[in-house]
Ligand binder design. Structure first.
Ligand SMILES: [Zn+2]
Length: 569
């Protein structure tokens, strides 16, 4: 039990909510040292608590890293005493800290340190960006970039080697598409990798070719491995820089935390060190690669000294992605009838990993996108749960859960399995999903409404750097289910949109639950950690299309203001 300022604690009428219950099961997030600092009070704009009985407040008081009082401005300010510091929201809206329940922190940082191509609007712009980057590099050095996507470009095509040769004639250039499933490279990269007209397509990949059979520079899926040797893996110094940069980018978007997927087990200690040093303030919940499971299971869940970096999950893969037709479907792809996608794990491999995870109290998070992939993962989970009836409250997750058989939708809630879904994938994929799936299978696609109605808790994420990683885009996508330009067709199943209240939970309370942190995070309640996201507009009430015009104003993690747009003005 933490000791709160007696005046705050005793103020009648404050929304004091279970002050004593700030504990946290699996994440070891216990009450910290007794708060001693002066209260800091946030007021002057709508405050969304995420608490059903008292969803709105006028002021929230923070003592050290905890929420000490929530309620009306008069009562919270009146109870605080003369030493209180008041932070005026200036009409901006405060929410529980937004958490991205599926992202890749190192990739987000590397996107910043290499050539970041998100938002590039045409082949011409891409060429310009490559030329500008090349100007500052050594001749033989590989120019590496990521994030382009040709959807909506005026040229109506992917870039090719000829485009890149103009901007980078000598040194190799390798530019990965936003989804990570294709790359465009220049002639120097093709030469350096030994790719020519005679090179066969590798298994699981394709070298795109022109009418004469020559490589165009576009490499699909496994064919990207052919140029892998040209890209240096980041060394320790670059990794450190990338993680710190990613933290800066993410807090500036308004995120207070993320669930970090497919983490190199060797990076966990680095993140813990950076967090303890105070240069990576984000709360991080790590799901490590399969390769690190045995050791993590043996040593058990771990956390940084400051408690902000928690590692207690493993990421597995059941299938591939929809865009590249790697997602495992029960019936053939509508636009390529000879394939049903790829299964990346067999049941015996899954079962072995599950047993290891169970024995070590490690949460399992399995990537599944196609309806067959999702059905199999639910079947496998069901089997292992049945074999361990004593193992309760496991909260195993399915990452993406994009295309579901409608009869599998209720199984998530029945089994206590958490679908971890990325709304921006829906509004990106729905442009091509009707081609891949045909009309009928869209019923179970990105089915937020159906999953929630069936009782599931959806952990909302962005999958950055595959997507931008902007909480406002994710929130908008969840409630609007429209393209960023407002586009929508009946194929997009508008009825599957989430309500604003549900979308708020997808990025606050539900990620907390999905990481066993709901006693410490996810709502603005007395006793919980003071994690807040402040946006310039009230995204719970403004017209849908205006959500994208809101801006992050302040990001508060454990009472520390780690991003403050007001300071930049
Ligand atoms: Zn991902």
């Amino acid at each position: 039990m933490m000791s709160l300022s007696p005046r705050l604690m005793l103020s009648a009428g404050l929304t004091l909510l279970a002050a004593a219950c700030a504990r946290d099961d699996g994440a070891h997030d216990d009450a910290g040292p007794a708060p001693a600092g002066a209260p800091v009070i946030f007021t002057g704009g709508p405050i969304y608590t995420g608490v059903v009985d008292a969803p709105m407040a006028e002021a929230v008081a923070v003592v050290d890293d905890r929420i000490a009082a929530v309620g009306s401005a008069g009562l919270v300010l009146g109870a605080a005493g003369d030493d209180a510091v008041v932070i005026d929201l200036g009409g901006a809206s405060l929410y529980p800290g937004f958490v991205d329940a599926h992202a890749h922190l190192l990739g987000i940082g590397m996107r910043e340190l290499t050539l970041n191509l998100e938002g590039v609007g045409s082949v011409a712009e891409l060429v310009e960006a490559v030329a500008a980057r090349r100007a500052g590099m050594d001749a033989g050095e590989t120019l590496y970039g990521r994030g382009w996507i040709e959807t909506g470009w005026p040229e109506g095509r992917m870039p090719n080697r000829t485009d890149l040769d103009a901007a980078s004639p000598d040194g190799p250039a390798v530019l990965i598409r936003a989804d990570g499933h294709a790359a465009v490279v220049n002639s120097a990269a093709l030469d350096a990798a030994g790719i020519n007209a005679a090179t066969p397509d590798p298994a699981g990949g394709r070298i795109e070719r022109d009418a004469q059979g020559a490589a165009t520079g576009v490499l699909i899926d496994k064919a990207m491995d052919l140029v892998g040797a040209l890209i240096d893996a980041p060394g320790p110094e670059q990794k450190r820089e990338a993680y710190v940069k990613a933290g800066e980018v993410y807090t500036a978007y308004g995120w207070t935390g993320l669930h970090n997927m497919s983490v190199d087990p060797d990076d966990v200690a680095l993140m813990e060190t950076l967090s303890d040093e105070g240069v990576l303030p984000l709360r991080i919940y790590n799901a490590i690669d399969r390769s690190g499971l045995a050791r993590l299971a043996e040593e058990g869940p771990r956390r940084s000294d400051n408690g902000r970096v928690v590692t207690r999950a493993v990421k597995l893969y059941a299938d591939g992605a929809l865009g590249s037709r790697g997602a495992a479907l029960s019936e053939p792809y509508s636009d390529r009838p000879e394939t049903r996608g790829l299964l990346l794990m067999q049941e015996d491999e899954a079962a072995a990993a599950f047993e290891e995870a169970l024995a070590g109290d490690i949460q399992v998070a399995t990537h599944a996108i196609g309806d067959r992939g999702n059905k199999l993962v639910l079947d496998w989970y069901e089997t292992v749960f049945a074999a361990h009836p004593d193992a309760a409250d496991l909260r195993w997750r399915v990452e993406h859960a994009q295309i579901l058989h409608t009869e599998d939708i209720p199984r998530f809630a029945e089994l206590g399995v958490i679908p971890s879904m990325q709304p921006s994938h829906a509004i990106g994929d729905l442009y091509f999903a009707p081609d891949r799936l045909g009309p009928d299978r869209l019923d179970g696609a990105y089915a937020w409404r159906s999953l929630i109605d069936a009782g599931a808790v959806i952990a909302g994420g962005s999958d950055a750097p595959v997507e931008r990683g902007d909480p406002l885009i994710e929130f908008y996508a969840a409630v609007a289910r429209r393209g960023l330009d407002g586009a929508q067709t009946p194929d997009w199943r508008p009825a599957e949109a989430a309500s604003r209240g549900e979308a708020l939970k997808m990025f606050t309370a539900w990620p907390a639950y999905a990481a066993f942190q709901e006693n410490a995070l996810g709502t603005v309640e007395v006793g919980k950690r003071a994690d807040f996201t402040v946006f310039s507009k009230d995204i719970m009430t403004i017209p849908e299309a205006d959500i994208l015009t809101a801006r992050p104003v302040m990001t508060v993690i454990g009472g520390d203001i780690v991003f403050d747009a007001r300071a930049e003005n």
